[in-house]
Design a protein around this ligand. Structure first.
Ligand SMILES: [Mg+2]
Length: 239
């Protein structure tokens, strides 16, 4: 009997990769609008390289971008980048399609809900609170607090421990076959791969760890029914 459904946050609950791309592009555009002497494509690809090398939580992207482009430092351009980046993030943060109705339906079915996410804890909470989704979740586990990253089994064990359930009473839903699906399967949880966003065609070597694949979150309640042996007559795509 399934008792808990865990969700990944980025690109499963919050539509974040699309947002990050838009925010980065708008930042470069605003820097150029305010006089930064660079062309958009060069500056944008340099920014992407920088993020790859220093990580997305590095807080001096725009300073370093000027250095990498061999442009003399000008705080006005950094400010222009920061403003456009933050304004875009504030204005365009969206939940993934059908999140709210799916969470509601799962709640109505009597399930407990949790989030298991990597990333900066304050940034992750900011997304959850901005989307006003906090009330749906009984527990939010952020791997930084546990000292590991997904797919480390410790974060998944900690998650089921929080609810006092067995691994096979829990389902993990996420967009990453490696960190979410392989990670959860290692501890014996049921897994639902959400084929969505920039990882929809990546990490396929871990596909064998996905019990189900969905492209729309609203398919989840039926999957839970199938796992509980209640939906045998219904058609759900199982891998
Ligand atoms: Mg994700």
């Amino acid at each position: 009997m399934i008792k808990v459904v865990f969700f990944d946050l980025d690109d499963t609950i919050a539509d974040t990769s699309r947002l990050a791309e838009m925010a980065r592009k708008n930042a470069i555009e605003n820097m150029i609008r305010h006089g930064m002497p660079a062309d958009f494509d060069t500056a944008y690809s340099e920014l992407l390289d920088l993020i790859r090398e220093y990580g997305s939580n590095f807080n001096r992207h725009f300073d370093y971008l000027l250095r990498r482009l061999d442009i003399p430092y000008n705080p006005k351009w950094v400010a222009a980048g920061v403003i456009a980046y933050h304004n875009t993030k504030f204005a365009y943060l969206r939940e993934v399609r059908h999140v709210r109705r799916t969470l509601l339906k799962l709640k109505e079915m009597g399930l407990l809900l949790g989030i298991i996410t990597d990333g900066n804890p304050i940034k992750q909470w900011e997304k959850i609170l901005r989307l006003e989704l906090d009330a749906y979740f009984d527990e939010v586990l952020i791997s930084d607090f546990v000292g590991v990253k997904k797919p480390h089994p410790k974060i998944f064990r900690k998650a089921i421990g929080k609810f006092g359930v067995e691994a096979d009473e829990a389902v993990m839903v996420g967009d990453r076959l490696y960190s979410d699906i392989y990670g959860a399967k290692q501890v014996g949880m049921h897994t639902v791969w959400f084929k969505y966003g920039k990882y929809a065609d990546r990490e396929k070597e871990y596909l064998k760890y996905a019990d189900f694949t969905i492209e729309d979150l609203k398919e989840l309640p039926e999957i839970i029914e199938v796992l509980n042996g209640e939906g045998a007559d219904k058609e759900v795509h199982a891998d």
